[in-house]
Design a protein around this ligand. Structure first.
Ligand SMILES: Nc1ncnc2c1ncn2[C@@H]1O[C@H](COP(=O)(O)OP(=O)(O)O)[C@@H](O)[C@H]1O
Ligand SMILES: [Mg+2]
Length: 247
């Protein structure tokens, strides 16, 4: 459904993405793992054109685009099919949970308010927060705020959701609830690319794993093979270091 090849991006002359290829089928979850600074966030931002790539070809829903030369119009059209969940939620602090969810539907999609509210409520129900619909972000825990952000993402009925370390800003006891919500979306067939350090979650939920380091995809393979038949010493060492942290 989404395929990218030869993705390159430099900041101030330093190459951060050095020719990344990836592909994801509809209904699949791709987990992106790898050490900090490896280019995972930049990759995800380029995929949603929050950063403009220097090179790369994207095929999305059968349509091919030069990622270095997309028009604002093409980006706007593309984003009707995608959603992005940020590490720090990015909610409007002066809007309630439901207003955060309806905002994009009403403003960007020109949806009538009543219809937007109906959709938003359904989305909040999906993340278990219908009872918090009128709460402001400051009155919600980090985990609840991130679930509102996920509701906002699903309310637009995207074809794919990009999630950048959705639980890494959370206190440990709040991580599980957010991962459960993402797992349920996966079980419902949502296509997702999720950057995460939660190895257990990746193992459980991802169909494939992409390992990024120094701007390159060192591996992109099925989850079981990635964890159980890993041949690359570098990746084995990375997984061992995470296990040590968890232990
Ligand atoms: N807007 C930017 N300007 C300059 N350098 C950046 C920018 N964004 C990211 N970088 C650099 O790119 C590298 C990869 O960053 P990032 O994509 O955030 O990696 P990761 O998400 O894997 O930790 C880092 O060295 C970071 O400093
Ligand atoms: Mg990052």
């Amino acid at each position: 459904m989404l395929e990218v090849s030869g993705l390159r991006k430099a900041f101030d002359g330093t190459e951060i993405l050095r020719g990344v290829d990836l592909a994801i089928d509809r209904g699949d979850v791709l987990a992106v793992l790898g050490p900090s600074g490896g280019g995972k966030t930049t990759l995800l931002r380029c995929l949603n054109f929050l950063e403009q790539a220097d090179a790369g070809t994207m095929t999305f829903l059968g349509q091919q685009m030069d990622m270095s030369a997309v028009s604002r119009r093409d980006i706007a059209a593309y984003r009707r099919h995608t959603a992005f969940v940020f590490q720090n939620f990015n909610l409007f602090s002066n809007k309630t949970a439901i207003q955060n969810v309806t905002e994009g539907l009403i403003v960007a999609r020109k949806m009538p308010r009543a219809e937007a509210e109906e959709r938003a409520l359904a989305a909040l129900e999906r993340v278990g927060l219908a009872d918090k619909k009128d709460a402001y972000p400051s009155h919600l825990s980090g985990g609840q705020q991130q679930r509102v952000a996920i509701a906002r993402a699903v309310a637009g009925q995207p074809d794919v959701i990009f999630l950048d370390e959705p639980t890494s800003a959370l206190d440990p006891e709040l991580i599980g609830g957010v991962l459960d919500v993402i797992q349920r979306l996966a079980e419902d067939g949502m296509t997702m690319i999720v950057v995460t350090h939660e190895i257990g979650f990746a193992r459980r939920v991802a169909d494939r794993v992409l390992f990024m380091e120094e701007g390159r995809a060192l591996a992109c393979q099925e989850t079981k093979a990635f964890f159980e038949e890993q041949k690359l010493e570098r990746i084995q060492a990375f997984l061992r270091s995470l296990n040590r942290k968890e232990a």
